[in-house]
Structure formats: C-alpha cells, structure tokens
Design a protein around this ligand. Structure first.
Ligand code: CA
Length: 509
C-alpha cells in the first residue's frame, strides 16, 4: 500500500490552471456518449451470419441500457468491399445489411428512445464501380468526366517533377491508369477509390443533395471520413473552405446537425478546421491514455493533453472534443494494454471522466481484443456463451472465448468490464460537469496518480486514477462523498484506491 502523508489533500494547489484562462469553447450538443457500431459484426437477424439493420434494431435497448445515447454507424451504403468505405450508391442500403425500410425503422426506433444516429459519410472518394466513375472513365467527353480528377500522364510526371501541380502527389502511385484511357486519375488511397473533384461545382451539389436526403430521413449527424484529403495537402486551405461550406449547407437544413471529422494530424492543424468541422477525433489523446498507464506516469497524459487543448483553444472557435480509446482503424485498447483487463478498465474510467464526447467502439465494453490487420479489429461481438449466436462473416482470431467472456457471462458478474463501463458511463451521465467542466490537474507528488478537480459552485469534484499496480491511500480531512462507490467517508478516514482503479469524490457543503 502506498500512503500519502497526512493532510496532503488540503495542501494541494492547482498545478495547472490553463483551462481557466480561456473561456470554455463549446460547439454542438454536449453530454453525448457515442457507440460506434460495425454493423456486419454486431448482430445478425436472419441467420446468414452477417450483422444487419434489424439485428442492430434488436440491440438498441442494450446500447441504451449501457448508457450511450448516440450510435455512429459505420458505412451502410452499397459497396464492393467488406468495410464499405467505397460507395457505389449514396441513396440506398447495402442489401446484406437490409433495406431502406429497415433504415427508416431504425431511425424511428432510435427516435422513440431519444437516441441519435450518426451516419458515416464517405465523400472524399467513391468506389471505382460508382456509376459516376463508370461514366467518367468511359470517355474524356463524358459529362461525368470532371466528377473526378484526370490528368495527362506526362503532365502528371512533369508537374510532380517541377512541384508545380495543384494536384501533385509525391507518390506517383496515386495517379492510376484505367485501361483504354490515356489520362491518369487521382485516387489518394488506391485505384479502387477515385477521389471526387471538389473543384467541380456539380460534385459539391451532389454531396449537399446526399446530405439533405439523409437529414430528411431523420439522421442526427455525419461522421466525415478522410476529411483531410478533400484536396491534396498543398491545397489544405481549400479543404478547410470546403468543410466550412459543407457545414453551412447542412446547418441550413438542420441547424443542430452534428458534424464529426476524421483528420489524422497534429492538434494545431486540427484547430484550424473547427469552423467547418466543429468536432474532430482527438487521436493524440488516444495515444497518451495507454502511454500514461504503461508508464504509470500521469505526466504522460497531462502534458500532451494540455498542449492539445491549448492548440484547440488558440483558434478561438467553438469545438467539441471527440475522445476515444480506439476505433475500427486502431488496435483495440485492451490489446494495446497487453490484454490486461484491469488496465482496460482504468483506460475506460480515464476516458469517461475527461471532458468532451466519448466514442466507445463496439465490444470495448466487453473487453474485446484485436490487433491489425484491420479485419481483426472488427471481429464479431460475443453476445452469449453459445458462439452460434455471434455473427460469423469472419472467424475471430483474437476475440474468442474464454479470452473474451461473452456479454451473457459478464452481465451476471458485477466485477466484469461490462459492469465497469456501465458504472462509469452512468457516473458521467449523472455528472455533466465531467464533460462540460474545466479540469484542473493536481500534482499529488506521486507520478502514478492522475488527478484533477472540477470546481462546482460550492463543491469540488475530485477525479482520481491510480495508474500503479499497488493500492494507494489518500487521507481526506473532511467529510467526503465517494460518489463512485455511493458512500461517505468521515473525518480522518482514508480513501483507499485499489491498483489500476479510479474514484470520483465530492467535497464541500
Ligand atoms: Ca444478416
């Protein structure tokens, strides 16, 4: 047991009060908890082994009971790929997932539960099998030719050489050949994903029409895939302007539309995008949470986090921090933490006590495992002890029983990671100051304690995470509510925090 010397808690001074210097800048709805679903792996309703929309509908009560109020659905449009990030029709549902009637029902059932739906919108590129591209690639004279970016191969080479092109890419492999065509077309990710040409006004009109279609259907927000790549890096200003126009167009249809962008970049670059993309995934924070746990060093989180927020606020534009432990493109958090369930629980408690909007990747709440390649990050959810109840479009490599216990087992075990998630989500939902408040980090003279306070009117909320593998004891010289345990301690009682555990304490009158 680690003992901090008596009276310590009262001797504390705020270590860093950067947060109080600049007023809170908040965009969009607050206090949401988002649950990211990979439809294919979630729940199958018709016995073909592939997760689908009716399956998801049947699990809305589960997601709501967990405490999330918003669902981010990974792409559901028809697509030749298993992951669906290359769309061939933005106005319909991939038949393996269901029908438009199923989607309408999902939206209605979500609305009935006051839950929100965020659609994954992939507009940087289409599939090479999208009718626009089929027409575009058919002839230089096609009316759809300019929906994509075509260039004469020699000029591509020339311009890359001279570095004068506006569509230059140091990587020539981003200019692809289509058989029978002299010119090359631009595809940032690969030849099956040709980039749309946002210099061409009709393309922008098509995108806004798609947005309007889904807003009219009743969805609540968009998660914008590959938002950094609308134009190549040397035209980043144009990318920024596009998103400002996009969000303005969407807000004209639905003023409270939620817009979340996926941009892999440094926080200073991100801050320049908030006008158009008022919420961005905080991937830098995603990295520092497991790092601070690994090193049992609070500074590994506090320092980068304060730098991120300082950069974000420097733009002077409202933003909503989208925080996460992992997603469909990243190793699952429990795997990052060596498979350790206690550490995975600690990571969850840290995420769920930090400001912003937490995004929980499906299966994280039952401690699913998975490391790259990507397909293993997207394994079937384990609902019951009977594996036949799982989706079975792929055989799991990492998330297998008993390494990962099924939800059924975990529901009857109060110490399961599932109940841990439920508890900390509930604490967050009942203490909006956690997401909206201003955390002031505390130096407890022990690097393995990550702690901050949030000042309420007359009370102080303490968030304390024990990053170490040993129990610690904190002497509180007053009456304190251990909110997270639902009990009070009295004068001269110590508050004991188990290894890799967290407490929420309220002090004051
Ligand atoms: Ca199915």
């Amino acid at each position: 047991m680690y003992n901090i010397h008596d009276g310590f808690i009262f001797a504390l001074l705020p270590l860093i009060s950067l947060f109080s210097i600049i007023p809170s800048l908040k965009a969009q709805a607050a206090n949401d908890i988002v649950y990211e679903v990979y439809i294919q792996s979630f729940c199958d309703s018709n016995g073909d082994g592939i997760g689908d929309l009716p399956g998801l509908i049947s699990k809305l009560d589960y997601i709501q009971d967990l405490g999330a109020n918003t669902i981010w659905m990974m792409p559901l449009h028809p697509s030749p790929s298993y992951h669906k990030y290359d769309v061939i029709d933005y106005y319909s549902i991939d038949p393996t997932f269901g029908t438009m009637a199923d989607m309408d029902l999902l939206i209605a059932e979500a609305t009935k539960r006051k839950m929100k739906i965020i659609l994954d919108l992939v507009i940087n590129h289409t599939s090479s099998e999208h009718p626009w591209f089929i027409a575009s690639r058919s002839s230089p004279d096609s009316p759809y030719r300019d929906y994509y970016v075509w260039k004469d191969f020699d000029s591509v080479k020339d311009e890359i050489h001279k570095k004068t092109t506006t569509f230059d890419s140091d990587n020539l492999t981003q200019w692809h050949k289509w058989e029978g065509q002299e010119d090359r077309y631009y595809g940032f990710f690969w030849k099956g994903m040709p980039d749309l040409n946002f210099d061409h006004a009709p393309v922008r009109e098509e995108i806004y029409k798609i947005g309007k279609f889904w807003i009219d259907k009743g969805i609540d927000g968009f998660r914008l895939d590959a938002a950094k790549h609308i134009y190549p890096d040397d035209r980043f200003d144009d990318t920024r302007s596009f998103w400002e126009e996009f969000t303005k167009e969407m807000r004209a249809i639905k003023p409270d539309i939620q817009i979340i962008g996926e941009v892999w970049s440094d926080s200073m670059t991100l801050s320049t995008l908030f006008k158009g993309l008022p919420s961005l995934f905080n991937f830098e924070l995603t990295k520092s949470i497991p790092e601070c746990i690994h090193a049992a060093d609070a500074g590994r989180l506090i320092e980068p986090y304060l730098n991120i927020i300082k950069a974000y606020k420097s733009a002077g534009v409202p933003f909503e921090d989208a925080i996460l432990l992992s997603n469909h493109d990243m190793n699952r958090i429990r795997s990052t933490l060596g498979g350790d369930l206690q550490k995975a629980k600690l990571a969850a408690a840290i995420l769920l006590t930090l400001p912003g909007t937490p995004y929980i990747y499906y299966g994280e709440e039952i401690g699913m495992l998975g490391i790259k390649p990507d397909i293993h990050l997207r394994e079937p959810f384990l609902w019951e002890e009977d594996p036949l109840k799982d989706t079975r479009w792929q055989k799991s490599t990492y998330s297998v029983r008993p390494d990962v216990e099924s939800l059924e087992i975990q529901m009857s075990d109060p110490n399961s990671i599932y109940h841990h998630y439920k508890k900390w989500i509930s604490l967050r939902n009942n203490h909006p100051e956690l997401s909206n408040g201003t955390p002031v980090f505390q130096n407890l003279q022990n690097n393995s304690i990550l702690a901050w306070i949030i000042q309420e009117k007359k009370k102080t909320l303490w968030v304390i995470h024990n990053l170490s593998g040993v129990e610690i004891s904190l002497p509180f010289k007053d009456k304190a509510d251990i909110v997270s345990e639902g009990k009070q301690v009295h004068v001269d009682d110590d508050i004991v925090i188990a290894a890799f555990s967290s407490v929420l304490i309220r002090m004051g009158n």
